[in-house]
Design a protein around this ligand. Structure first.
Ligand code: NCD
Ligand code: ZN
Ligand code: ZN
Length: 346
């Protein structure tokens, strides 16, 4: 029985660090185990220019513990007014690694997102030219479409047409949650990647809804049926190089989660690697964890793999911290509701 595994230090290809006091509280949690992360730009107001991305990057660096080796890889929030020249300059200068597309109204802080996809076509063409990846929150916002179907419909109505119309555009399907997403991602070729979160590998909608509503499991895209969770697990453990980790760790204050209209997002950063080791062991695929967490992401983003390692050790169930707190900030830590036996020991 395997009781210890050593991996190339992992990266998180989809992370929310927020700003201000929340940033101070959560940044150290990601820096502990991860070397780099793609930082989501959905602040209020969003990060839309190269100058704003530079300023946000500097605030993140300032929030890291002394001596932490953690590189925030910045993104711009795509709007219908995005300036393609500013975007291209920020990409050329290494300020940004990718650009994020939120359909307007699809998720937390997405009001400035895209309503009319034709309006961003010239920017997408420029991105294809310069090789800047587009990270996509892939859900339609059409009120006629059931929330559980919004990802599958997005692929047919928006994503596939965009990719056909913009050859060479490199796209990451962020936080895929369905069999349709997993199938599309795995058959999309080298210009298509997909991230999968911890919670979508561990939970299905029954976990969120049976026996009471659990707000800390509420995230977007919403948890789906068990068969979709199984498809995601198969994709993550398949060894397919297009599929990689993006925790989508999305902290909200505990009071905002435990409220009448609960905010979407699971704060998984502190225990993400313990959760993943548990899942990959359950799937008999611990040998695939390094690819998923440490190798496939840099390969897609054309970045070098990290040089350090982390070691996970199996033992008695770990104690999951209830919350991360700092001053007034209190963020409840994701608890998958099952024992976790792996901890990062080095
Ligand atoms: C994210 C957030 O809180 O910013 N929430 C979530 O449920 N995943 C936004 C997002 O990634 O869609
Ligand atoms: Zn999203
Ligand atoms: Zn997210």
């Amino acid at each position: 029985m395997t009781t210890s595994i050593t991996l190339i230090r992992p990266d998180d290809w989809h992370l929310h660090l927020r700003d201000g006091a929340m940033l101070q509280a959560v940044a150290p949690e990601s820096a502990r185990h991860f070397s780099r992360a793609i930082i989501m730009p959905n602040l209020v107001p969003p990060v839309v220019t190269g100058a704003e991305a530079t300023a946000y990057r500097d605030r993140i660096r300032a929030a890291l513990p002394e001596g932490a080796e953690f590189t925030p890889l910045m993104t711009l929030y795509l709007t219908e007014d995005t300036d393609a020249d500013d975007l291209a300059a920020a990409h050329r200068d290494g300020i940004i690694t990718a650009v994020k597309l939120y359909p307007a109204g699809a998720t937390t802080n997405s009001a400035s997102g895209v309503r009319d996809f034709d309006k961003v076509r010239p920017v997408l063409e420029r991105m294809a030219e310069i090789g800047c990846p587009l990270c996509v929150h892939g859900e339609v916002t059409d009120p006629e479409i059931d929330i559980f179907d919004r990802e599958a419909v997005f692929i047919d109505r928006i994503l596939d047409p965009i990719r056909r119309a913009t050859p060479g555009l490199r796209v990451v399907m962020e936080h895929i949650t369905t069999k349709q997403g997993a199938d599309y991602a795995q058959s999309g070729g080298p210009d298509l990647g997909a991230t999968i979160t911890v919670q979508h590998l561990m939970l299905d909608r029954n976990d969120m809804l049976v026996g009471g509503m659990r707000p800390h499991y509420y995230c977007l895209p919403i948890l789906k049926r068990r068969e979709h969770r199984e498809a995601l697990r198969a994709a993550a453990t398949s060894g397919n190089a297009q599929i990689f980790l993006g925790t989508d760790s999305a902290p909200h204050p505990t009071h905002a989660k435990e409220s009448e209209c609960c905010s979407a997002g699971c704060f998984t950063a502190p225990i993400a690697m313990s959760c993943l080791a548990e899942v990959f062991e359950e799937e008999g695929a611990l040998d695939k964890l390094e690819g998923f967490a440490s190798r496939n992401g840099p390969a897609f983003y054309r970045l070098p793999e990290n040089t350090g390692t982390i070691t996970l050790t199996k033992g008695d169930p770990i104690t999951i911290p209830a919350a991360v707190t700092l001053g007034e900030v209190n963020v409840t830590v994701f608890d998958p509701g099952q024992p976790l036996h792996w901890s990062v020991t080095a």
